[in-house]
Design a protein around this ligand. Structure first.
Ligand code: ZN
Length: 266
């Protein structure tokens, strides 16, 4: 009787899960690219809570990658042959100070690599593109922190524009400046090529004229916020790379489904 009851309860739980999670999708091969923003405790009054991942969850997610044999890569390692059997890219958008203060020590401890997209003019400043009414302003990375992470060999940087505009809503000559100028300045500052670019808000990733400028600027890899896993090897003509948004309220089941199915919740 007890066995029957628990089987029924299990069936009901599965039905509940199937209505919410994508466990039934077939596994997806390719290059999973994790998209993080902030690692730390969400400030009071934030309306962007889902973009804050707790240090505890971040560590558990990295542990998952380790246990399942994933190799986190830097942008500059993407073109290498042979690729590891299970490659993954860990990326952070915007360049918050908590990436150094909270995430970096965990990366160092577990010896795992990550990539951070910087907004050039906000380094040493605040996330001035946000309305502070939706979230108190955050400190961004300092150049000193950027240089220390680069020197560790565990973190590589890419561009997230000069000022974090919506590239689908500004004139193309401004788009060009955001893309070319940030690449030039970051390369001068960091002394290495900027291979990766992430579109702020994901905007413009699928606007042909904007994406063409990103290609013209010379970024080898451009990253959208479209949910999913792009096939690898990747054909740039097929569109900007997809990513997996890691949310602060994710369970490990969400993380597992993101990694294997390219999508967690419906
Ligand atoms: Zn951003």
């Amino acid at each position: 009787m007890i066995a029957t009851l628990s089987a029924v309860a299990g069936g009901a739980a599965l039905l509940g899960a199937s209505a919410r999670w994508n466990w039934w999708r077939p596994p997806t091969a390719g290059l999973p690219v994790l998209m993080y923003h902030k690692v730390g405790d969400c400030p009071k009054g934030s309306q962007l809570a889902k973009l804050w991942v707790s240090p505890r969850d971040f560590r558990r997610q990295l542990d998952y990658l380790k246990r399942h044999g994933y190799t986190p890569l830097l942008f500059s390692e993407l073109g290498r042959r042979p690729m590891p059997e299970h490659p993954v890219l860990i990326t952070f958008d915007d360049g918050y100070a908590n990436n150094f203060e909270v995430a970096f020590p965990i990366l160092q401890e577990l010896k795992m690599k990550a990539n951070i997209f910087l907004v050039y003019e906000t380094v040493d400043q605040h996330n001035v593109w946000h309305d502070p009414a939706s979230e108190p302003w955050q400190r961004m990375l300092t150049w000193n922190q950027v240089e220390r992470m680069q020197a560790s060999g565990l973190v590589e940087f890419g561009s997230h524009t000069m000022r974090h505009p919506n590239l689908a809503r500004i004139a193309l000559d401004q788009v060009r400046w955001e893309l070319f100028e940030s690449k030039k300045r970051l390369e001068a500052k960091l002394g290495r090529p900027m291979l990766g670019f992430a579109y702020p808000y994901g905007a413009g990733a699928f606007v042909p004229a904007v994406r063409q400028l990103a290609r013209d600027a010379g970024y080898a890899y451009d990253f959208s916020i479209k949910q999913g896993i792009s096939p690898w090897p990747w054909d740039p003509a097929s569109g900007a790379l997809k990513r997996l948004l890691i949310r602060g309220d994710d369970f490990m089941l969400d993380f597992h489904l993101n990694m294997t199915r390219g999508r967690a919740r419906l």
